[in-house]
Design a protein around this ligand. Structure first.
Ligand SMILES: [Zn+2]
Length: 224
């Protein structure tokens, strides 16, 4: 997974360069560049006359395994009135937009010590999805998203709690079928971790795949 996350962080950097104009459609004087970093930190800085957004592979890994509750993007969607829950590619797009908003904020002088995520910042961030490149970015991230992960996040852990649904026992090697958006997937449980179960099997078409399903999503798609 670490490898996969590192690769996908690199892919995100390429996608961002392909989709996002370096002047952010006229919002920026200084050019915007992306690079892959190390660890979790994902941030913007203005250096040598260019905006640099660093994408942390560990941030990407936590998104790929559905461990998103601790991230600001997940919480700030509420504040922005953007839909939650949503898909992981949408959340990763949000991370890129969040950092791009910091670039605009700095040029507009809207960043003050001790007040980074302020009203100016959220006004800028709220305006970014209106650009054509933002939807291209999200579509490209969705297309490049690793095939094996189902693209939904679990429900938010805080209120309102859905009624507790009893999951069947899920020992390794158990056979099961799920129905994902009308397509049947048959497989066996290959791996479990605290948040997801990994199923190795095949789609109706015969295409073999390994998919990772967050537990909260399982009851609604489990067929047998
Ligand atoms: Zn920020």
């Amino acid at each position: 997974m670490e490898h996969e996350a590192r690769d996908f962080a690199g892919t995100l950097v390429e996608i961002a360069h392909d989709c996002i104009p370096e002047n952010l459609s006229g919002e920026l004087e200084q050019p915007l560049r992306f690079r892959r970093g190390r660890g979790k930190r994902t941030y913007h800085c203005l250096d040598d006359g260019e905006h640099r957004i660093t994408i942390g592979p560990e941030m990407v890994r936590q998104h790929l395994v559905g461990d998103v509750h601790g991230w600001l993007n997940y919480r700030e969607r509420n504040r922005l009135g953007w839909p939650v829950p949503c898909s992981i590619p949408t959340l990763l797009t949000h991370v890129v937009l969040h950092e791009a908003a910091h670039a605009v904020q700095i040029e507009q002088g809207g960043r003050r010590y001790g007040s980074v995520h302020n009203a100016t910042f959220y006004r800028i961030l709220a305006s970014l999805p209106g650009h054509g490149w933002a939807s291209e970015l999200e579509a490209a991230i969705r297309t490049a998203y690793p095939d094996e992960a189902i693209q939904e996040t679990p429900d938010k852990p805080e209120r309102p709690q859905p009624p507790k649904i009893e999951l069947p026992p899920l020992p390794l090697g158990r056979q099961l079928a799920i129905d994902y958006q009308g397509v049947r997937f048959n497989g066996i449980i290959e791996r479990r971790n605290p948040k997801t179960v990994t199923i190795l099997g095949a789609w109706e078409s015969g295409r073999r795949a390994r998919i990772r399903v967050p537990y909260p999503l399982l009851p609604s798609i489990l067929v047998e």
